[in-house]
Design a protein around this ligand. Structure first.
Ligand code: PAF
Length: 281
């Protein structure tokens, strides 16, 4: 696997690949790679001649400095895992490489970033849009892959790419789960074994809500039920449980009229903030 830390030689390398007709698949990450990431890398390897993974813990998308500080960094293990998977190229720049000057640009995605993660993490999606724009300009991939666990992020990146005519196809890859059902996340590394057990409530509450909705329960009643489940667990703090239209992220009052509803949850397990989601159908 070729590893690049600087933009210029990385671009020159990729230009040659593109000129020789090779399609580039891109998997942007913040590292601390788990089986979910590797599944995405595998998908790209199957669909493209060259697969590029990036590892960059992007400071502009962290609204909480403690979260940035504590975000797991496991570069050596990540490199080994990518090598084993057969990934072709890794781009792992330092902050100074990605942000040569203080960025003054800010993104506003209107209704897409005024719900769920956007409400609880002000500025987060502006930082995501900024770094994804930079990465797409640097890599110029044919296809870029993202995990379904960050569904709101995917919806926002899709808006960004369409608004700014980025020449890239976007793909969302289904969430990989541990045997217990817990969604794979780099943040799971920070959970104690007991917290890992408690964290399962995110997935079980999504499933319970899904069943209730499919059996005809009203959204408001379902939300009350889920909120009571979290209240019974002192170590968990529910931030939101929303049922939204998966295209425009509008919170729904009834599921009947919605095209493709998705259930989304965010909660703290101790100090660790986790998210998960499930499509209704
Ligand atoms: O989903 C992530 O890991 C990050 O938000 C991304 C897309 C790599 C941007 O930093």
């Amino acid at each position: 696997m070729q590893i690049f830390r600087e933009i210029h030689p990385f671009r020159a390398f990729l230009l040659e690949k593109r000129l020789s007709g090779q399609s580039i698949g891109f998997v942007p990450t913040m590292g601390a790679l788990h089986r979910g990431h590797l599944q995405i890398v595998r998908t790209s390897l199957n669909e493209n001649q060259v697969t590029v993974c990036s590892i960059f813990v992007n400071p502009t998308q962290f609204n909480n400095p403690q979260d940035l500080l504590k975000y797991p960094r496991t570069l050596e293990a990540d490199v080994a895992a990518l090598e084993k998977e057969g990934c072709d190229v890794l781009f792992c720049p330092d902050v100074e490489v990605m942000y040569k000057q203080e960025s003054l640009i800010r993104f506003d995605f209107g209704p897409l970033d005024k719900v769920m993660e956007g409400t609880f993490r002000p500025g987060h999606f502006s930082g995501v849009a900024l770094v994804v724009s930079k990465l797409l300009h640097i890599v110029e991939p044919a296809v870029a892959y993202f995990g379904q666990k960050d569904w709101q992020q995917f919806a926002i990146i899709r808006q960004l790419v369409n608004d700014l005519n980025f020449n890239v196809e976007l793909k969302s890859i289904p969430t990989v789960r541990e045997e217990s059902g817990l969604a794979m996340s780099s943040r799971n590394m920070r959970l104690t074994p007991a917290q890992r057990q408690k964290a399962l409530l995110l997935f079980t509450s999504l499933n319970e809500a899904k069943q209730l909705l499919l059996n005809g329960s009203e959204i408001q009643k379902v939300k009350e039920r889920i909120s009571s489940l979290f209240k019974n667990e002192p170590e968990l703090k529910l931030e939101y449980f929303e049922i939204v239209n998966s295209e425009n992220l509008k919170p729904l009052e009834c599921v009947e009229d919605a095209v493709n509803p998705i259930l989304c949850v965010a909660a703290f397990v101790g100090e660790v903030r986790l998210i998960d989601n499930l499509f209704l159908y």
